[in-house]
Design a protein around this ligand. Structure first.
Ligand SMILES: C[S@@+](CC[C@H](N)C(=O)[O-])C[C@H]1O[C@@H](n2cnc3c(N)ncnc32)[C@H](O)[C@@H]1O
Length: 357
């Protein structure tokens, strides 16, 4: 121990201990939130009004003794309200919009399986931080893949067609008339399917290096009824086949790639001369000092466990990180041969960057 405890300001120590305990309570409670999501406890409480633990257990086919304990945890965290007189618990509608309704623009429960996957990788991360070795996307606990899709899909459903595409110069008209679109690093295809549903005259191909994600994306497109004009292929970003694309998209994946410049350069080659590159990245400022907020904190944690290790596992191993910020992203696009680029719009969670050859 290199600090002299007698020299410390006890008020500051106690205040920070309070912060640490509060954060630990939230971190352990995230595992309870995972249960609430997977067991349908939040869904059963949504719009149901006050419920006893026995009523919730009956509605979800779960064991009352556990549910009582779970509800106590949720009440202590302010996720549900507690009526001591009636012995009931209620999920406020405003909380249901965040935890229980995947169609809500504010739904974030997809984060809980991602947290589970991060914990599943923690021993591997211990070794990786010592050795500098990478961890490939495909090596993670499978809960990661569906979690990412569930976390980001609400953004795509509520912002992509409504706000992001109109912020790009001429792209809405082109998609409406009928365009060729590549969605690189498409994961489970949520963005590809949203675009295909909105622009029936256009054709879309999603590319990703993770075979299981591509299989799930193909299934989802068929289920959404857009399988006739949406295809998916297992291909790394720097080898995307074809040419003549009017729009190439990278949704929350350019920073994950070992060589983002090579990936963007391949997109540059595959675009028509007047085509558009759309790069959606996590919201970030250029400087760490400006990123000291809860959203960046979440992204930095994901970057430690998921984004940076994936990049370090691939050729190039650039390790851009999930908080690269607009200047480093635009530098990568310049290096890839794009002469024009700008932040077309932004949200609390995303930077939406337009680039042109
Ligand atoms: C954070 S996920 C985003 C997935 C999807 N775009 C979305 O927004 O839901 C990153 C994706 O990039 C993919 N990926 C990572 N490196 C890649 C590479 N070099 N080439 C193609 N895909 C890659 C991963 O397999 C993963 O599906």
């Amino acid at each position: 121990m290199s600090i002299d405890l007698t020299e410390l300001d006890p008020v500051k120590v106690e205040a920070f201990q309070g912060v640490a305990v509060t954060e630990a309570a939230a971190a352990e409670s995230a595992a309870c939130c995972y249960l609430g999501d997977v067991l349908g406890l939040y869904a059963a409480m949504a719009g149901a009004g006050p419920l006893t633990s026995a009523e919730l257990a009956e509605r979800t086919d779960t064991h009352e003794r556990y549910v009582a304990e779970w509800l106590a945890n949720q009440a202590a965290g302010g996720y549900v309200t507690y009526d001591e007189v009636q012995g009931t618990f209620e999920l406020p509608d405003e909380h249901a919009a965040v935890l229980a309704d995947p169609d809500s623009p504010t739904f974030v429960a997809g984060i809980f399986p991602i947290i589970a996957a991060a914990w599943a990788a923690v021993d591997r991360a211990v070794d990786a931080l010592r050795s500098g070795e990478g961890i490939g996307w495909h090596e993670h606990d499978p809960r990661l893949f569906g979690g990412v899709e569930r976390l980001f899909a609400p953004l795509y459903r509520h912002q992509l067609v409504q706000d992001w595409i109109p912020a790009l110069d001429g792209v809405h008209d082109r998609l409406t008339a009928g365009a060729q679109v590549a969605d690189v690093g498409c994961g489970l295809g949520a963005s590809t399917i949203v675009l295909a549903e909105a622009y029936p005259a256009s054709r879309f191909t999603g590319f990703d290096s993770h075979p299981e994600s591509i299989a799930a994306a193909s299934k989802a497109a068929a289920e959404a009824g857009v399988g006739d004009r949406v295809g998916f292929e297992v291909v790394p970003a720097d080898s995307v086949p074809g040419a003549g694309y009017d729009l190439v998209c990278f949704f929350d994946c350019l920073h994950d790639m070992g060589d983002p410049v090579a990936a963007a350069a391949r997109a540059r080659e595959a675009l028509t001369d007047d085509g558009t590159l759309l790069v959606v990245e996590p919201q970030a400022s250029d400087h760490l000092a400006d990123n000291l907020n809860p959203i960046s904190r979440l992204f930095y944690a994901g970057s430690v466990f998921l984004c940076t290790p994936n990049s370090l596992s691939q050729d190039g191993a650039v390790g851009l990180g999930a908080q690269a910020g607009p200047t480093r992203l635009r530098e990568a696009l310049t290096d890839a041969g794009f002469t024009h680029h700008r932040v077309a719009t932004e949200t609390p969670f995303n930077l939406v960057i337009e680039a042109r050859p």
